[in-house]
Ligand binder design. Structure first.
Ligand code: ZN
Length: 360
């Protein structure tokens, strides 16, 4: 049986431990202790991700990330009637600690019942929020699970991520020619002018139902009264269509070429890097069917929706692990209005419980 009070207590305990991306040391210690107490063999891989394993074959991976976004320090959770909120000055940290709390309660409750069940391998990653870095550096040689349920979705547990995009970052560096802005501007070539011309040639915002494009960074110049020598800008685009991704990469290349041609004395360098690959849920995998079955037992209908963001599942899938991403009861993630619906949190823990119980 899920213990509601214990679940809420566990959740509040977790969010009170600061863990912005890159600072997961303390939460890692806390969770190592927790899962050791529950009888797991807990190891930290070289990157600091936690892998808590149980004896037995064909374990089911339950995964969530330990880091949170800012403002995420000194979080003071408030338990209201039907939900848990922050005091309004920080995020709540339900992303992804609602997931972790649900996993702990799922495991704890099934251990108490002492019934036959499937072993679990709990994988808690670092630095998910800054580009799935923990999952990228996860020591997959220590992962024996072939399938995973990733708790990192918005909304109730039956909100299933149907697809998430490939994410490509780009950085452009423009070098112009410096000159005194008042005395001899004719001798200069403004890097800022070139950069902004390029940016206005780039697409912007939502390009189609499955594609977005954003220039999110710009910097350049050093003083007001000099023609700027340097201007840099960067951004990212995402799509669930490979053709669109290819076209956008080509467009960036062509734009760079066009301006390099136009301003022969400038030097324009650019860099493109795929940070993660798209994820498409295969509803026929064993893990997806298991989740759908338990939801059915709980009288919940799966709501399969595409997502514009990535999760660790994008990386894990690439490493040969079948994944399904489920909701973890938190809403308005990455804002100070973030809240966890208590009833949904209980259901998330119930799903964990059900998965370990049924899919022996
Ligand atoms: Zn998350």
């Amino acid at each position: 049986m899920i213990d509601k009070d214990r679940l809420i207590r566990t959740f509040c305990e977790l969010v009170k431990i600061d863990s912005p991306s890159g600072e997961e040391e303390e939460i890692g210690k806390h969770l190592t202790q927790k899962f050791s107490n529950l009888g797991f063999n807990v190891v930290k891989d070289n990157y600091g991700n936690l892998i808590a394993s149980e004896e037995g074959s064909d374990p089911l991976m339950l995964s969530a990330h330990m880091d949170t976004v800012e403002p995420g320090r000194n979080i003071k959770p408030k338990v209201l009637n039907d939900r848990i909120v922050s005091d309004g000055s920080t995020i709540l940290g339900g992303d992804c600690k609602a997931g972790i709390a649900a996993i702990i309660e799922g495991v704890e409750s099934i251990l108490e019942e002492g019934i036959p069940r499937r072993p679990a391998q709990i994988v808690l990653t670092r630095e998910e929020e800054i580009g799935l870095v923990g999952a990228l550096n996860l020591d997959y040689s220590q992962i024996t699970a072939k399938e995973a349920v990733v708790f990192d979705g918005n909304g109730p547990v039956n909100t299933i991520t149907g697809a998430s995009p490939t994410y490509i970052r780009f950085d452009v560096k423009v070098k112009g020619i410096g000159a005194h802005a008042g005395v001899e501007p004719e001798k200069g070539l403004s890097a800022i002018k070139i950069a902004t011309d390029m940016i206005s040639d780039f697409p912007q915002g939502r390009l189609d139902e499955e594609t977005t494009f954003n220039v999110g960074l710009i910097e350049g110049g050093t003083v007001r009264n000099a023609v700027p020598v340097q201007a840099n800008f960067g951004g990212e685009f995402r799509s669930r269509s490979s053709e669109t991704l290819d076209l956008l990469q080509l467009q960036i290349k062509n734009t760079v070429q066009k301006y390099q041609e136009k301003y022969k004395k400038s030097k324009i360098d650019y860099e493109l890097e795929t940070m993660f690959h798209m994820f498409k849920l295969d509803v026929n995998t064993h893990v997806a069917v298991s989740v759908f079955n338990i939801l059915d037992d709980m009288e919940l209908k799966p709501v399969v929706k595409p997502s514009g963001g990535g999760t660790d599942a994008n990386i894990m899938l690439f490493n040969g692990i079948d994944c399904i991403v489920v909701g973890m009861a938190t809403n308005e993630m990455h804002t100070v209005d973030e809240y966890v619906v208590t009833e949904d949190l209980i259901k998330t823990a119930q799903l964990c419980h059900g998965l370990l119980k049924k899919a022996e």
